[in-house]
Design a binder for this molecule. Structure first.
Ligand code: BES
Ligand code: MN
Ligand code: ZN
Length: 484
């Protein structure tokens, strides 16, 4: 999907030959003298479009306009969720006519955040996954033109939104692929493909190298499957060699059956999404290549399957992590933290300024925060504030969770330095406490995206979150630190 940004002053909307002219109205809109204003005034007088957020009026071949249809969308300018809902309704309303081109007009210029929300919502509403369903009706919209009054003021937000959409759609593609179409090796190929883009490099480590690194926890998870593990290493070099990178670590469990501690059958298919952290890292690199910010970023992805079998790790087994700490694996379904802990140790060699790990880590986080906000954990106040703020401005929201040491009590065991599970209470936090033991060498935050990375039910599918949040965080890092 291509996007164009046009200046209102240079656009004759009556002559705009588009399949659908979507006009986003807000209650504060003051109609001017132009043709669109006249139409809006007529409509609001008639009462056909109540001034209530979420209302929509789809007009077929409006007199005096070259567009095939004009859709008026009533929103509350301040509500991202309103803008998303009404745009998704508009896309559904025009879908039958198979539009290839749409033009989005903001009756009143949006904030940079709302412009990004609108653009990502439009992409989201028209997204179709076709890789394993070739007969599915693919997206028909190939171009979306955005008309605003202040182009220079909104250009940066527009560029970032366009890059975010490309990243989000890459993350969705890999998240949505079933596990047999997204094996660790295939995920590694997807990362390799990114190294064709400017300033991106990719290295892939296999089982031998991972054994040599001493990643006993990662190996323990992978050993139950015939699919060989991959440790994927991406780098984006936008700043000088000496600039310390931000390291992103994405959980890449391409299928999580639970292993010997096997999961119930219902909804087990959704564990193909257990690599959405990894997919978000791929998506961020895709977007970085577009935006070319002055920052260094490393992406690390431990990728493997978690399966039961004759070679599987068993409850009670003790393994030695790359850090030297021994781990008693009491529950083989708590595998995410095992692949992550070794990768977090591996991250030390990049001398990171910050490490963020992104993981569909716990069902407990879904219970705590639902599908609205991702949970994050960090002991660093500045990083915490930066993540909350990046969440707000990308409207890919997150929320801080606690890391009190008392939460780690349940991880104590007589048989190893640490157990991989505590009890059920505070499960998202005890998982974070486990990870924290491996992050002493740098500033770190853990993002639990178990509730936000995909949707269940009829709308089942990856969301591409938190690509928008991570990208916004990185762009802010680049803006603050342009010299190093
Ligand atoms: N990938 C799951 C977490 C998950 C479960 C995400 C359901 C979204 C929906 C993770 O590997 C897992 O199985 N976690 C266990 C941990 C438990 C054994 C301590 C969980 O959350 O039940
Ligand atoms: Mn699991
Ligand atoms: Zn998992």
């Amino acid at each position: 999907m291509n996007f164009e940004l046009l200046a209102l002053a240079q656009t004759d909307l009556t002559q705009e030959k588009t399949d659908a002219l979507l006009v986003i109205l807000t209650s504060a809109f003051q109609p001017g003298q132009d043709a669109v204003s006249a139409l809006i005034a007529k409509v609001s007088q008639s009462g056909d479009l109540p001034a209530k957020a979420g209302q929509l009026l789809d007009i077929y071949r409006p007199a005096g306009f070259a567009c095939a249809r004009l859709v008026l969308l009533q929103t509350d300018a301040a509500s991202a969720s309103d803008v998303r809902k009404v745009l998704s309704a508009a896309v559904a309303s025009i879908k039958a006519s198979k539009p290839t081109q749409v033009t989005l007009l903001f009756a009143q210029d949006p904030s940079p955040t709302m412009l990004r929300v609108a653009l990502t919502a439009l992409a989201d509403a028209s997204y179709v996954f076709t890789t394993t369903k070739p007969k599915a009706e693919a997206r028909t919209i190939d171009t979306a033109r955005l008309v605003v009054a202040d182009v220079p003021g909104l250009q940066a937000a527009f560029d970032q939104a366009v890059a975010a959409v490309a990243g989000i759609e890459l993350a969705k593609e890999w998240g949505n692929r079933p596990a047999n179409h997204a094996t660790p090796s295939k995920l590694a190929q997807a990362a390799r493909a990114l190294s064709k883009l400017p300033r991106i490099k990719c290295k892939v480590h296999g089982p031998k190298e991972v054994a040599k690194l001493g990643m006993g926890a990662f190996e323990a998870v992978a050993q139950g499957s015939d699919e060989p593990l991959r440790l994927i290493e991406l780098s984006y070099n936008g700043a000088g060699k000496s600039a310390q990178p931000v390291v992103l670590v994405g959980k890449g469990i391409t299928f999580d059956s639970g292993g010997i501690s096997i999961k119930p059958a219902a909804e087990m298919d959704e564990m193909k999404f257990d690599m959405c952290g990894a997919a978000s890292v791929l998506g961020v690199f895709r977007a970085l290549a577009d935006l070319q910010p002055k920052i260094n970023v490393v992406g690390l992805i431990p990728a493997c399957e978690n399966l039961p079998g004759g070679h599987s790790v068993k409850p009670g087994d003790v393994v030695t992590s790359m850090s030297g700490q021994t781990i008693e694996i009491l529950n083989t379904d708590a595998e995410g933290r095992l692949v992550l802990c070794d990768t977090l140790t591996f991250a030390e060699r990049f001398k990171p300024r910050v490490v963020l790990d992104i993981a569909t880590l716990t069902g407990a986080c879904v219970i705590a925060l639902g599908a609205v906000r991702s949970g994050f954990f960090t002991a660093d106040q500045a990083l915490s504030a930066a993540l909350v703020s990046a969440g707000e401005s990308s409207q890919d929201l997150c929320w801080p969770m606690p890391l009190d040491d008392d939460y780690a009590e349940g991880l104590k065991t007589n048989f190893a330095d640490v157990a991989n599970v505590a009890g059920r209470p505070g499960g998202a936090i005890t998982a974070a406490k486990f990870l924290q033991r491996f992050t002493g060498a740098y500033t770190w935050a853990h993002l639990d995206i178990a509730g936000t990375a995909w949707k269940s039910g009829t709308a089942k599918g990856a969301t591409g979150r938190p690509v928008g949040l991570l990208l916004e965080y990185l762009m802010c890092c680049a803006a603050v630190n342009t010299t190093t």
